[in-house]
Design a protein around this ligand. Structure first.
Ligand code: 13P
Ligand code: SF4
Length: 302
């Protein structure tokens, strides 16, 4: 049955001139059928350069929106249109405009986990993979507003030793991992490094050995001499790592770190998406052109 669906997806993909992009947190079956699996930065880069006319984006809504902004001539499909990121919805463009009015001279940086409307209000966009580099390249004499993730923001502020004006947004999945989870994992696998995502609260980052984006986690696993790793992030990451490094062991710090929105895309919905060319994700032109500037400014700085 599953093989049947996969064959149909492959056939339709060719007929529609489509490419399937998947985030590292997608379910195993989706990662396996995808043409490319990566982190937010890698997926944005890929979306901007693909030759195919259709991008099926297996991720959450803001990722498909970002692809639509970066590749306006392509058709971008999201298999489950309800796969939104709660963090991205924790700030609206109106709320950001109010914050900007309180700090009229501040530069405004948004995490890519934000809506197109919010990106359109910002000077720079960043991902967890380049937030340190991006904010580190901004003038030290300017105030900086960083939205919406207060945990990634506090990580950047701490690493760069500079104050940021933060918004109280957070990832509902990463905040569910506890220091106790890390302690238990260390006891079960002594010596294995603990890697968490910078969306984790400071307490967890302090208890871990590394705070890395999902793409950086893959790079660390490739470079490290260690054979065992404890992963403090969404559990979809384990499939990506086990596929790339079959001779190394990866254990979840918390089995319950599951992002329900990342899990909404299934093989059946992916097939439906290609069959019906739905759901097409579009961004109004005026919003897209302003949001594109914040994405282009990110690339210009790095
Ligand atoms: P990265 O894959 O860019 O590290 O992002 C993690 C995430 O939470 C995406 O929603
Ligand atoms: Fe949003 Fe967190 Fe899910 Fe990523 S893992 S999509 S940040 S809720």
């Amino acid at each position: 049955m599953t093989q049947d669906i996969i064959s149909k997806i492959q056939q339709l993909k060719a007929e529609r001139d489509a490419i399937i992009l998947a985030h590292n947190y997608q379910i195993a079956e989706i990662q396996d059928v995808a043409d490319f699996t990566g982190d937010s930065l890698e997926l944005s880069r890929k979306a901007a350069e693909v030759k195919e006319s259709v991008i099926v984006f297996c991720g959450v809504h803001f990722m498909a929106e970002t692809a639509a902004i970066l590749a306006p001539e392509k058709t971008v499909l999201l298999p489950d249109k309800n796969s939104g990121c709660p963090m991205a919805n924790m700030i609206t463009a109106d709320q950001l405009r109010e914050l900007k009015a309180q700090h009229p001279d501040a530069l405004v940086v948004c995490y890519v986990n934000s809506t197109a409307d919010v990106k359109a209000e910002c000077d720079y966009c960043c991902t967890s993979g380049n937030a340190l580099k991006l904010v580190g390249a901004l003038p030290r004499d300017r105030e900086i507003i960083f939205v919406p993730d207060r945990h990634l923001g506090s990580f950047v502020a701490e690493m760069l030793d500079r104050e940021l004006i933060l918004w109280p947004g957070y990832c509902a999945t990463h905040v569910r991992i506890t220091v106790e989870d890390i302690e238990k994992a260390r006891i079960a696998h002594p010596g294995a490094p603990v890697i968490v995502h910078p969306e984790c609260p400071k307490m967890l980052r302090d208890a871990a050995d590394y705070s890395l984006s999902t793409g950086q986690m893959v790079a660390l696993a490739a470079e490290s001499d260690c054979n065992e790793f404890l992963m403090g992030t969404e559990v979809g990451m384990l499939h990506r790592l086990k596929t790339d490094f079959p001779n190394k062991e990866f254990y979840p710090v918390a089995e319950h770190a599951v992002c329900p929105n990342m899990k909404k895309n299934t093989l059946e919905k992916l097939l439906w998406s290609l069959e019906n060319m739905e759901t097409v994700i579009t961004v109004p032109e005026d919003v897209a052109s302003r949001a594109l500037k914040s994405l282009e400014n990110m690339v210009a700085v790095l």
